[in-house]
Design a protein around this ligand. Structure first.
Ligand SMILES: Nc1ncnc2c1ncn2[C@@H]1O[C@H](COP(=O)(O)OP(=O)(O)OP(=O)(O)O)[C@@H](O)[C@H]1O
Ligand SMILES: [Mg+2]
Length: 247
């Protein structure tokens, strides 16, 4: 079951006191896919990390399923949250299968169920189980590692999927393939996808939230976002090769 997410007037101060996020208010209904875009340092990663409690708000509140995170069991929340980051974050000394089995093991699934779910999700991301299960991450290409990262995040059907520039380090062709693979998964989860790339945002999300200087400056359905007149939006539109039908 997908979860709703809410950031209620959130402020985050850096340890030194500088504000990183100011007055961020967002409500993401269960099952929606949202892209966070913005320049480097705008506060995208910090906002994402609020959602699984890796960052705590200085003021305001974060709620998942209308329940404040400070009253939520964060370990249980993280077990139902998929997290995909740049460079895949795979455990290098574990096989592909062992990596994918991480959450099922924590959830106490038996071996047969774990193997079946791993094989299913690996096939869905184009990594056949027989061929890849026993490989180590370092023997895989960057694109293959990223596919395993997606499989690991998805294997236990998460309620929330947090993605922080997962395809940022890949060449444009592989990047496109992975965007398509990601979309084809048709996950039921609530998805928050951080990217610098507006074209990628439009491919993976139905709503785009633009951050600048630690604030949300535009929050719109993807179709409306590309029509916004704000100079920063125009800059993102001008520098992107928008997918067909979006001009
Ligand atoms: N723990 C911290 N201590 C001090 N400053 C921090 C801390 N975490 C983040 N910041 C600062 O907050 C700002 C926003 O950081 P954040 O990582 O959220 O940006 P971002 O939008 O994800 O950028 P990028 O696109 O480069 O990943 C940056 O200026 C960063 O240096
Ligand atoms: Mg970031």
């Amino acid at each position: 079951m997908a979860s709703s997410i809410e950031l209620r007037e959130v402020r985050v101060d850096a340890p030194g006191g500088e504000p990183i996020l100011r007055d961020v208010a967002l409500r993401i209904p269960a099952g929606q896919s949202v892209a966070f875009i913005g320049r480097s340092g705008a506060g995208k990663t910090t906002s994402l990390r609020l959602i699984n409690g890796l960052v705590a708000p200085t003021r305001g509140e974060v709620l998942v399923d209308d329940k404040p995170l400070r009253e939520t069991d964060l370990i249980a929340l993280r077990r139902r949250t998929g997290y995909i980051i740049q460079g895949s974050g795979l455990f290098p000394h574990r096989t592909v299968f062992e990596n994918i089995a991480t959450i099922p093991r924590l959830l106490g699934w038996d071996a047969a169920r774990t193997r079946e779910a791993a094989a299913e999700v690996m096939n869905r991301v184009g990594m056949p189980f027989e061929k890849f299960a026993e490989r180590r991450p370092r023997s895989l290409s960057g694109g293959e590692q990223q596919r395993v990262g997606i499989a690991r995040a998805m294997v236990a059907s998460p309620s929330i999927l947090l993605c922080d520039e997962p395809f940022g380090a890949l060449d444009p062709i592989v990047r496109r393939e992975l965007q398509d693979a990601f979309r084809a998964l048709g996950s039921d989860a609530t998805i928050v996808f951080v990217t610098h790339d507006l074209a990628e945002a439009l491919r993976v999300a139905e709503r785009v939230v633009l951050f600048d200087g630690g604030r949300v400056v535009v929050d719109a359905p993807s179709r409306d976002f590309v029509q916004q007149k704000s100079p920063l939006v125009r800059q993102f539109v001008a520098s992107a090769t928008l997918p067909a039908g979006w001009q």
